[in-house]
Design a protein around this ligand. Structure first.
Ligand SMILES: Nc1ncnc2c1ncn2[C@@H]1O[C@H](COP(=O)(O)OP(=O)(O)O)[C@@H](O)[C@H]1O
Ligand SMILES: CC(C)(COP(=O)(O)O)[C@@H](O)C(=O)NCCC(=O)O
Ligand SMILES: [K+]
Length: 245
């Protein structure tokens, strides 16, 4: 069956499907671009995860795909292979839930799932599929925007350059961008140090940077798996288990 998967985050939309060879084919797009995208065949099912309410887009996709569309805005209630720690499981971000399901699909160990997106989230899932909890902080761009919008003189000056690394900045934008990166790395390093037995999976728009940086700095003694399709793996495991009607 040809299934199209969409992940609507707070910054952008990601799409994916399995190519003929079985590998993921994926990309990112804006809302405006989504309507114009062409798929190799007409999707027989479209599974969407969405962490924000988006009635126009939902309606547009509903019209286009009708009963082929499944819209996930929260963890599926009563899903048997996941034990929540939130007393209100519907409050857990559906992207976090799906990324954990995706990681559980890849391995049978305790896992630490890191999604470096608009928010940087870290979640612990043990091998019995109990969610032990996690952390949510602002991601790289959001952390910088918080400073730009909530202070008077920390500004993204057009004549300054963003730092791509973590060395001390020497102007405002350099300090803010290096600070955001160093802050994210420090959090990840501290969690890795506390949970050394967990297998680590990293996804999200800043995932590639994070993995590279952890490897370069030797911050992680453990093996780090860059798994950019983790959320789609999670959606696929719901389809495979026939949990989506
Ligand atoms: N084309 C892009 N648009 C927006 N952010 C991007 C893009 N490419 C990489 N990024 C980085 O990815 C992060 C957003 O990650 P992403 O996983 O797409 O977020 P979300 O799932 O919250 O929409 C940003 O902090 C940014 O640094
Ligand atoms: C933490 C998130 C904002 C991350 O979303 P993203 O960065 O992928 O856009 C999202 O998972 C969310 O809205 N969660 C709800 C609150 C919670 O998980 O407790
Ligand atoms: K995220």
């Amino acid at each position: 069956m040809f299934v199209l998967y969409l992940d609507i985050g707070n910054s952008r939309i990601k799409w994916a499907y399995r190519a003929a060879g079985g590998q993921w084919c994926s990309g990112g797009c804006s809302e405006a671009e989504l309507a114009g995208l062409k798929w190799p065949q007409s999707p027989e099912r479209v599974v969407v995860s969405c962490v924000r309410s988006h009635p126009e887009l939902q309606q547009q996709l509903q019209q286009r795909f009708a009963e082929r569309l499944t819209w996930l805005s929260a963890p599926l209630p009563g899903y048997p292979h996941f034990v929540h720690c939130y007393s209100d499981s519907q409050r857990l971000g559906v992207d976090r839930w799906l990324a954990m399901l995706g990681a559980a699909r890849h391995c049978c160990d305790d896992v630490l799932v890191i999604d470096a997106g608009t928010a940087l989230t870290l979640d612990l899932l043990n091998k019995q599929h109990h969610h032990l909890g996690g952390w949510i902080v602002a991601g790289l761009q959001l952390a910088q925007r918080a400073l730009f919008s909530q202070t008077e003189r920390v500004n993204p000056y057009a004549d300054e350059a963003e730092s791509a690394g973590t060395l001390p900045g020497q102007d405002t934008l350099g300090c803010v961008s290096a600070g955001a990166r160093r802050q994210a790395l420090a959090l990840v390093a501290s969690v890795l140090a506390d949970y050394p037995q967990h297998r680590v999976y990293i996804c999200g728009g800043d995932g590639e940077w994070l993995v590279r940086e952890l490897e370069l700095t030797g911050m992680a003694d453990v093996e780090i798996h860059h798994a950019p399709h983790l959320i789609f793996d999670g959606m696929e495991s719901l389809c495979a288990g026939s949990f989506l009607l």
